[in-house]
Design a protein around this ligand. Structure first.
Ligand SMILES: [Mn+2]
Length: 285
């Protein structure tokens, strides 16, 4: 692995980032801006929930750093990086503009990217697989509110911990990783996304939505999740030598339990039944 100086810009072939939630006070726009300044790439994919229309509808929040992120993205596009923006469920308003460009940023429902080694990856946000969101609209709203509360509580906890000189601790990440239903939900989601990729005959899939960066093989399909910029500050990159890696911008990969359930059953969305109700805290995305 190369070492870079503090101000050196790293060149990679492709970057996937998602779930900025600009317009929510929980967006880590400053960290994101810092990340965007430290990389250059040929292809950039914005994998949904870039804006948080739900949060903006509840209470308007738009700081200078949120503006700066948008300006930076437009500038990256102007300088020649090909940028594809795939709207998510929180910025579904942008789905009215599929096929159009904002500056040099192309809006698309999904995309296929060919890796340096020739493998093809489907790219989508991932909310279409969320049975709960599809079948219980009110749970979606409740989930978003619960997540906002959890994050609010979390920043309070961390303000106190910061004053006590203790390191950052993520309440919602803790909840997400320890509840069995949450683990089940994540596994169901990953299985469904992989199944979609398999049915389209591609080698893998990149998505966002569940705020959990991941690289794993699911049978013959590679599953990638580029994480989020609300908590984990993660990106998926394709290096110039073709390697794919999750970048933890804050240098803190999460500690996870090893007991992720391996369930083969793909959710029961086909027959109109929602699957097991996951912990609300997962519904946020
Ligand atoms: Mn989402």
């Amino acid at each position: 692995m190369q070492n870079f100086g503090p101000n050196e810009v790293k060149s990679v072939r492709t970057i996937w980032i998602s779930d900025f939630h600009l317009g929510s006070r929980h967006s880590r726009a400053d960290d994101l801006l810092d990340f965007l300044k430290s990389y250059e790439c040929t292809h950039l994919f914005l994998v949904g929930d870039i804006f948080d229309g739900w949060a903006l509808a509840r209470s308007w929040f738009w700081s200078q750093s949120h503006n700066d992120v948008v300006q930076k993205l437009l500038r990256i596009g102007r300088k020649g990086t090909s940028i594809t923006y795939i709207p998510g469920n929180h910025d579904s308003f942008a789905r009215d503009f599929l096929g159009h460009r904002f500056g040099d940023i192309l809006v698309a429902e999904s995309a296929v990217h060919t890796l340096m080694d020739g493998r093809k990856l489907l790219i989508l946000h991932g909310d279409e697989f969320d049975g709960i969101i599809r079948y219980a609209k009110w749970l979606q709203v409740l989930g978003a509110v619960a997540y906002g509360l959890a994050l609010g509580l979390n920043s309070l906890v961390n303000t106190i911990r910061g004053r006590l000189g203790k390191p950052y601790w993520s309440l919602s990440a803790f909840l997400k990783d320890r509840t069995k239903t949450a683990l089940q939900y994540i596994d169901d989601f990953e299985q469904m996304v992989a199944e979609k990729a398999r049915s389209l005959g591609v080698n893998g899939v990149v998505c966002g939505h569940i705020h959990r960066a991941e690289i794993r093989s699911i049978a013959d399909v590679q599953y990638f999740n580029c994480g989020d910029w609300v908590e984990s500050c993660t990106a998926l990159v394709e290096h110039l030598d073709g390697r794919l890696e999750i970048v933890y911008h804050l240098d803190t990969p999460p500690q996870r339990q090893q007991e992720t359930p391996k369930v083969q059953a793909v959710s029961t969305t086909g027959d109109g039944q929602a699957g097991p109700i996951p912990h609300l805290n997962i519904q946020l995305h």
